[in-house]
Design a protein around this ligand. Sequence first.
Ligand SMILES: [Mg+2]
Ligand SMILES: [Zn+2]
Length: 172
Amino acid sequence: MARAVFLDRDGVLTRERSDYVKKPEELEILPGIYEPLREIREKGFRIVIVTNQSVIGRGLTTHEEMGRIHEKLRFELERQGCTVDAIYYCPHVPSEGCDCRKPEPGMIIRAASDLGIDRSRSWMIGDKEIDLEAARRAGCRGIRVLTNSDQLANAVHIILSTEDSGLQAGGS
Ligand SMILES: [Mg+2]
Ligand SMILES: [Zn+2]
């Protein structure tokens, strides 16, 4: 079974906006994310984005527009050698009580089932407590970064160094 790094989108890969990302022109990729994404890819991790997008449930944008936003994101990442295996988003507002909106673990569980991912050997990187809570409830380990910061590389280094020491411990 594959391992994955699940990534939150807004505040981690792209700039979180207080008025939401509603169209592709509003999507701004944060600096410094390409190298760490390539690194986790090279180590054999799947890359899966899991993102709450209540902006749809609030009527501020549509599924079609979200598709265009994610096409742009994939295109820009792909150009830099960062293939994304899948993007899962929750379109619901909190009051709908769905099972996908983080801190619910639904998106991680679905992605793991779709892509054959071993959740216990996978990680989630997010900028909110709800991301870590979703990771815990899905049986993954989680790392928190500051919103809109340049900390993805640090988070990835923590993952890779933990994995390396795990391998040494397992082999001794
Ligand atoms: Mg976020
Ligand atoms: Zn949902």
